[in-house]
Design a protein around this ligand. Structure first.
Ligand SMILES: [Zn+2]
Ligand SMILES: [Zn+2]
Length: 108
């Protein structure tokens, strides 16, 4: 038992069983595995997209291939965005011109 040098007279720091990690009884659990609902500490937790997994469940997920490490960015291609913008501009121009023709027939 290592002395932590505190002035507290409580020699043993005990984490309540209800809040302890399932793997480390002296560590406080910071999260719960979404798969098996196990309490896990910061050392046992593996975060995937902000979701907590315990070591065992993460290993299972990785084995199934459910966890994709590749980052598939669905970024719009610059050319597509440019064409869309140009098309919108053309449409707006034509629509405005058409409205003017309707509003002022004959051109004055
Ligand atoms: Zn789990
Ligand atoms: Zn742990």
């Amino acid at each position: 038992m290592r002395c932590r040098g505190g002035t507290s007279n409580i020699g043993i720091v005990t984490v309540p069983a209800a809040a302890a990690c399932q793997n480390h009884f002296d560590r406080e659990a910071i999260g719960i595995c979404v798969e098996c609902r196990a309490r896990i500490c910061s050392e046992c937790v593996t975060k995937v997209d902000g979701i907590n997994y315990c070591v065992a469940c993460y290993a299972r997920l990785a084995d199934r291939g459910a966890v994709r490490r590749t980052e598939e960015a669905k970024a719009t291609h610059p050319a597509v965005a440019y064409l869309a913008a140009a098309g919108l501009l053309l449409f707006t121009t034509l629509a405005t011109w058409g409205l003017l023709q309707v509003a002022f027939p004959g051109g004055g």
